[in-house]
Every structure is written in structure tokens, then in C-alpha cells.
Design a protein around this ligand. Structure first.
Ligand code: F6R
Length: 607
């Protein structure tokens, strides 16, 4: 994971490096560091923890060099200490790295056998030593990097600066993304266009295997075989503004509150509000009629959006769906039909496992569709058809608005598939679309439950375990509820299909365990209510999330949260809101770092 930046500037570069890193903190925040050339010598400043610690260090001990690299880390090899913070360096070279060097143990043993002294536990430090050794043997910086790259296995994006080379920055990518930013007499490298946005909107994306030697006035790109190649620059549409929290205490609170608006924005791209018909965005008008199956794959919250979508595609389009967690997809070795559709779902568009699945499916001749929030991301660029979500920048590490926007887009796609496959009539389509059009209003109404949920959160904050139950499309929302609570409050939580509880997990239930039951008053309500009674009989504290009719049939529960009554199709987007608010207020009550919870990163760029 991690974010990297490299800059050849005309003025002191450290503030710009930090500015770029701020936009990459979503990739990890275990430690941060920069290295610049001071009178030709490599000098580093590094700090454990968030970027603000590095800023404080730079304030106390400023750097003035105009050539530099920077890094924000999500620890893979070695604890998040200052010694393990990047850049890693010898006297001759400094390097920052995003990814994993898989053969670092062998390389390290070989280097140590020849006298190299290591000062960290990272995989990255071998890269610095290998380049250094090649330089000592007389290689030029370019040759030293090229020789080193040929020895590395794994996924990486790297950026190097060299002692005495004030006008040279070398970058390389294999597996992890890297982009060049073209400035006026200045040049930049960054993990993505977001990092480069404060400096330039003219960006060249490197292809996999490329490496590049940059000066302030030249760009030389080489492919994996070392042949010079041309990669065109494009105008990046990423805005350089840093989004702020406005009046909210946390980004997560703001992003939860924004959902009616951004779901509305996303829907306007997929449905015609006046005719009540689905109308896919330009360039994304996919025809589902000839598909035999659909393969969906994603990670975490995005995977749960896919799980909901499976119900929709199968019910409304009679399209069989295979769905896999992206990190498992390849290992199952599913038979894949050339010409069929793989649908990847990702907020960041950079998740390593989702990207690996995309490439795997592409290599098997499948068509690739991507429901993705960051339009400049690698997944968006490598997909054949992009189905954009319009959630805007999501900063909180726990995904909220991106999730409901994914659901909105997938819902529209399922209706489109239903029409293409002649399962839905025009009238069915209009009915489903009008329920989608109602969503922003219903979601806004659901947000009014916040006061009640805030009070409930005090009970949750005392729990050690929490269970979430749901049936049908409420089952994936139960999984999402448990994930949200775990990741920001650190309370153990599990989501189960309501009918599954009695097959084992009910053994966990006693009077200390809150059980959140997601049960709209639909044809499944009665069965879920029976499961709820099984829990109540064992003392479990039931919090029922339901609509007005469900509340009437609730029976004896600890608390009921009544959400607006909606057409069953759109319930997952409504029921997502109380479970997000519950996780949020529990975490706030417990005083955790809500927007940047421990051990996590917004974008998971390692497998
Ligand atoms: C949980 C969360 C993660 C992400 C997952 C996939 O709140 O945010 O589970 O959903 O890491 O990320 P994307 O959607 O960027 O591929």
C-alpha cells in the first residue's frame, strides 16, 4: 500500500511533498517521511504516525532541497516505527516504495553476506542497497535502477533520488500505479493524479512494467524490456481542492449526511427522471441480453454491495450471478466464458485484489465492467465499460456514501438487465425506477433517526460482541453493519443470515449481546421475526430496524428504529443508514479515531 511522491522543483520541495502526501494519506497513515538533496547530500526527515507528526518534524528541522521524494506508509513488513518509515536510503540513493517485494528475504541475505548493514525490517530497504551496490560498481543511476528492477519480484511503484544528482528523479512501476505530472520547469511523480492535482493537471500514466528517468526538462520512459516507449499525457479532471469537513466533527459524519444528495447525483446518470426509464451514461450503454452469467467481484464493503446486487440481477433479470471476494476469485479457478461479463465494484479503483481479478478475467477474454467512484483510477482505466458512481471524494476510511452510490448504480443496472432480457415490462421498469427516484427523499428522512441512534450507541459502546441479522437483501446489509462497527469502534461484531443463527452462532447470545435485526415488513418479515424471538428467549438485547408496519408486529424488543416505508427493492439503501449511524456514534462515544481507524487504510493496494 502506501503513497509515494517525487518532485524536481525550483524552490524548497518539502512543503510540496507534504502537500502531495496529504492527498495520499488514504493509502496509509502508519508513518511518513521525505528525503531531499541538501547540497547534493541525501537528508531525511521521518516520523511515526500521521502526516502531522512529519510536518511538526519539518517545522523543527526544515529541509531546503529542491529535489525530493516522500512517502506515507501502511505497514506491511516491520512495525510502524520511525526506523521502518520511508524513504529508505544509503549515502548514495534514497527510495520510496508502494507494494511488496516478495523475494526480499533472499535479496537481503545475499546483501548482508556481502557486508550491507540494514537499519529496518522492511522489504524496501533491499532496493536501496541493491541500487547502491550497482552505483558503487560504477553503474549510472539509470543502469543501477534497471539492474535492480530485474532482480525484484512482487508488486511495486518506486521513486528514487541520488546523491549529487540534483536534476534526476527515477520512477518505476510493476503492479502498483504511478503517474508523471508535467509542470512548468518542474516535474512530479505520484501514486495517482490526486497527489499531483495541486501541482498540475497534465498527467502521464505509466503502463505496467514501465520505468522513467525524469529531469526538469525531459522525460524518458522505458518498458520492462528496457526499450524506450511513448506514453501520452492526458488532462486530469481531478480537482486540487482538499475537501473539508465543513461543520461536521468527522468526515464520516459528513459523508453519511451527504448520501441523499450523492445517491441522487448518481441516479441522475442512470435514470431518466421524466420518463421513469433507465438510461445508462454515455459510453456505458451495455446490453445484458446475450449474457449467460454475470461474475461479480469486489472487496469489503464493495463486495457487500455486490451481494445485494446478486439478489437484484437474479430476481429482475433472471441472470445467474457468481460472486466472489476478489482476493479469492482466482484461487477458486472458476471456468470463465470468453465474452461474458465480469463486474468489478470499487470505490477507489485501486484495490489490488479487485484489480488482479480484473486482469485475470480480461486475460480469459471476458468483458470488464467496473462500478467505480474514482474515474482516473487504474480499474476505471483498464475496464471496458465504466459505470461511474458519483459519490464525490470519500475521505472517511469506513465507506458509507460510496456504498449507497454503488447500490444505486447496481440497482439501475439490474433494471436495465431485466429490460434487456425481457424479464421486466416497461411498466415494471417504471415502477422500479420511480422507487429509485424516491430514494433521496427517503434517505433524508432516515437520517432523522440520528438522535435516537446516538442514545442507543451508549449501550453498544459497553458491548463486547454485537450480532447483526437480516434475510434476503437485508442479509448483506447485516454484514455491512457488522463490518462498520468493527472497523471504527473495534467492537467485535458479526453479520448473519437470520435463519443461520440457530446453526451455531446463537450459542454466543446472552443478555450482554446486542442483536441488530434488519427486517422491513416484507414477505420475509415473519420468518425473521421468529428468529428474533429465538434470540429474545435467550436474553439477547434486540434492536429492530424496521418500517412502521414492522414496528407494529415487533413484540418485545430492547429498541425499535423505524425507517420510512419504501418499495422493497430500495430498502438496502435505506437500511444502510441506521447501521452506519450506529457504528459512527458508538465509535464517537468510545473516542476512537473515526476517520482513520487503527491498522486500516482507505485504499488497499497490496494483495
Ligand atoms: C470498509 C471499507 C473497505 C472497502 C474495501 C474495498 O468500510 O471501506 O472494506 O470497501 O477495502 O475498497 P474499494 O471499494 O476502494 O475497492
Amino acid at each position: 500500500m502506501c503513497g509515494i511522491v517525487g518532485i524536481l522543483a525550483r524552490e524548497a520541495v518539502a512543503p510540496q511533498l507534504v502537500d502531495g502526501l496529504k492527498r495520499l494519506e488514504y493509502r496509509g497513515y502508519d508513518s511518513a517521511g521525505v528525503a531531499t538533496l541538501e547540497g547534493g547530500r541525501i537528508v531525511r526527515r521521518r516520523a511515526e504516525g500521521k502526516l502531522r507528526n512529519l510536518e511538526a518534524r519539518l517545522k523543527a528541522e526544515p529541509l531546503n532541497g529542491v529535489t525530493g521524494i516522500g512517502h506515507t506508509r501502511w505497514a506491511t513488513h516491520g512495525a510502524p516505527t520511525e526506523d521502518n518509515a520511508h524513504p529508505h536510503a544509503t549515502e548514495r540513493v534514497a527510495v520510496v516504495h508502494n507494494g511488496i517485494i516478495e523475494n526480499f528475504r533472499e535479496l537481503r541475505a545475499e546483501l548482508e553476506a556481502t557486508g550491507a548493514k540494514f537499519s529496518s525490517q522492511t522489504d524496501t530497504e533491499v532496493v536501496a542497497h541493491l541500487v547502491s551496490k550497482a552505483l558503487e560498481a560504477g553503474a549510472t543511476p539509470k543502469a543501477a535502477v534497471q539492474q535492480t528492477l530485474s532482480k525484484l519480484r512482487g508488486a511495486f511503484a518506486l521513486a528514487f533520488i541520488f546523491r549529487g544528482e540534483d536534476d534526476l528523479l527515477i520512477g518505476a512501476r510493476r503492479g502498483s500505479p504511478l503517474a508523471i505530472g508535467h509542470g512548468d520547469g518542474e516535474i512530479f511523480l505520484g501514486s495517482d493524479a490526486v497527489a499531483l492535482a495541486p501541482f498540475t493537471d497534465e498527467v502521464t500514466y505509466l503502463d505496467d512494467g514501465d520505468w522513467v528517468a525524469l529531469t526538469r526538462s525531459s522525460v524518458e520512459i522505458y518498458d520492462e524490456a528496457g526499450a524506450p516507449v511513448r506514453r501520452d499525457a492526458v488532462k486530469s479532471s481531478v480537482a486540487s481542492v482538499v475537501v473539508d469537513k465543513g461543520a461536521y466533527r468527522h468526515f464520516m459524519a459528513k459523508e453519511i449526511a451527504e448520501q441523499p444528495e450523492v445517491v441522487g447525483h448518481s441516479l441522475t446518470r442512470y435514470v431518466d427522471m421524466t420518463t421513469g426509464r433507465v438510461r445508462l451514461p454515455q459510453g456505458a450503454d451495455f446490453d445484458f441480453s446475450r449474457l449467460d452469467r454475470l461474475a461479480i467481484s469486489a472487496c469489503g464493503t464493495a463486495f457487500y454491495a455486490g451481494l445485494v446486487a446478486r439478489y437484484w440481477f437474479e430476481r429482475f433479470a433472471h441472470l445467474p450471478v457468481d460472486i466472489d471476494i476478489a482476493s479469492e476469485f482466482r484461487y477458486r479457478e472458476p471456468p470463465l466464458a470468453a465474452g461474458s461479463l465480469a463486474l468489478l465494484i470499487s470505490q477507489s479503483g485501486e484495490t489490488a485484489d479487485t484489480l488482479a481479478t480484473l486482469r485475470h478475467c480480461k486475460a480469459k477474454g471476458m468483458k470488464i465492467g467496473a462500478v467505480v467512484n474514482v474515474p482516473t483510477s487504474t480499474i476505471a482505466r483498464e475496464a471496458d465499460v465504466v459505470f461511474p458512481t458519483v459519490a464525490g471524494v470519500e475521505v472517511g476510511v469506513a465507506s458509507t456514501k460510496a456504498f449507497t452510490c454503488q447500490l444505486a448504480v447496481l440497482a439501475a443496472l439490474a433494471v436495465k438487465a431485466g429490460r434487456d432480457r425481457n424479464v421486466l415490462s416497461e411498466e415494471d421498469e417504471q415502477k422500479l425506477v420511480s422507487s429509485l427516484i424516491e430514494l433521496p427523499r427517503l434517505m433524508a428522512e432516515t437520517l432523522h433517526l440520528e438522535g435516537e441512534i446516538e442514545k442507543l450507541a451508549q449501550t453498544f459502546a459497553k458491548a463486547q460482541d454485537v450480532l447483526y441479522l437480516g434475510r434476503g437483501t437485508s442479509f448483506p446489509i447485516a454484514l455491512e453493519g457488522a463490518l462498520k462497527l468493527k472497523e471504527i469502534s473495534y467492537i467485535h461484531a458479526e453479520g448473519y443470515a437470520a435463519g443461520e443463527l440457530k446453526h451455531g452462532p446463537i450459542a454466543l447470545v446472552d443478555e450482554t449481546v446486542p442483536v441488530v435485526v434488519l427486517a422491513p415488513f416484507d414477505p420475509l418479515f415473519e420468518k425473521t421475526a421468529s428468529n428474533m424471538q429465538e434470540v429474545a428467549a435467550r436474553g439477547g438485547k434486540i434492536v429492530l430496524v424496521t418500517d412502521a408496519e414492522g414496528a407494529k408486529h415487533a413484540g418485545d424488543v430492547f429498541a425499535t428504529l423505524v425507517v420510512p416505508t419504501a418499495y422493497a427493492f430500495v430498502n438496502p439503501l435505506i437500511y444502510a443508514i441506521p447501521i452506519q449511524l450506529l457504528a459512527y456514534h458508538t465509535a464517537v462515544f468510545m473516542g476512537t479515531d473515526v476517520d482513520q481507524p487503527r491498522n486500516l487504510a482507505k485504499s488497499v493496494t497490496v494483495e
